[in-house]
Design a binder for this molecule. Structure first.
Ligand code: PLP
Length: 219
């Protein structure tokens, strides 16, 4: 697979869903990928990348950002409160706002720094005990809390359970976003981004289909 193949698949899925492809942002998930592979995608002109860990992003991206202009970095993985300041400085988007304590910390740090990334609330649509995220029946109240903290929440994000039909989770996420007046939907990965586009995804997170298999596991 390659970047251009994925781009044309995005285009096709958008067409068949009657959607404008420019309403779908392709995030190239570069976590634990060797720098040569990342460089090759940068050299093809792609500017939007996703990482799972603040530390890894902080070692990898400052150099690339000097060399390539207008990069946009997205944090996809869990954010520990003590890394919030670093994350606020490094990322344009955080997709893993998954608990009230983090919302409160983000609001404070954003005020101190005078800047805040755009935020997606991560929803644990499968209600899996081991998975991060706000439970479906707590989403509406959490959206209200985030608004009262003046946080720039742009949408909802989910990672469906591996053994379940992803479409059901995409549909649920879309419904929850709509009833909360949120337009962003971060959903769809290498295996299911076309389905996600059919259900309204605005941000798809594609790693291995662009870069190849990860050398070590990057959860
Ligand atoms: C790793 C990861 C992805 C990309 O996964 P692929 O299957 O390689 O496309 C997307 N979203 C999150 C949250 C991830 O951790």
């Amino acid at each position: 697979m390659s970047l251009s193949e994925i781009q044309s698949r995005v285009q096709k899925s958008a067409d068949s869903a009657g959607r404008n492809p420019s309403d779908i942002k392709l995030i190239a998930v570069s976590k634990v990928q060797p720098n040569e592979r990342v460089r090759s995608v940068l050299e093809q002109g792609h500017t939007v990348f996703g990482e799972n860990r603040v530390q890894e992003a902080a070692t990898k991206w400052p150099d690339f950002s000097e060399e390539f202009s207008d990069l946009e970095l997205h944090l996809l993985g869990p954010l520990q409160s003590n890394k919030t300041r670093q994350a606020v400085k490094l990322f344009s988007f955080i997709h893993s706002l998954d608990r009230p304590k983090l919302a409160i910390t983000l609001a404070r740090v954003a005020q101190e720094e005078g800047v805040c990334p755009n935020l997606f609330i991560q929803v644990n649509t499968g209600e899996e005990p081991q998975k991060a995220g706000i439970l479906p029946n707590e989403v509406d109240a959490f959206v209200i809390q985030c608004k009262s903290l003046d946080l720039p929440v742009v949408g909802l994000m989910c990672i469906p359970p591996v053994e379940e039909e992803a479409s059901l989770h995409f549909a649920l996420l879309a419904k929850m976003a709509a009833r909360n007046g949120l337009t962003g939907l971060s959903m769809g990965m290498s295996a299911d981004f076309e389905k996600a586009i059919a259900f309204g995804a605005t941000h798809i997170r594609v790693g291995s289909a662009i870069f190849g298999n990860r050398v070590k596991s990057g959860n």
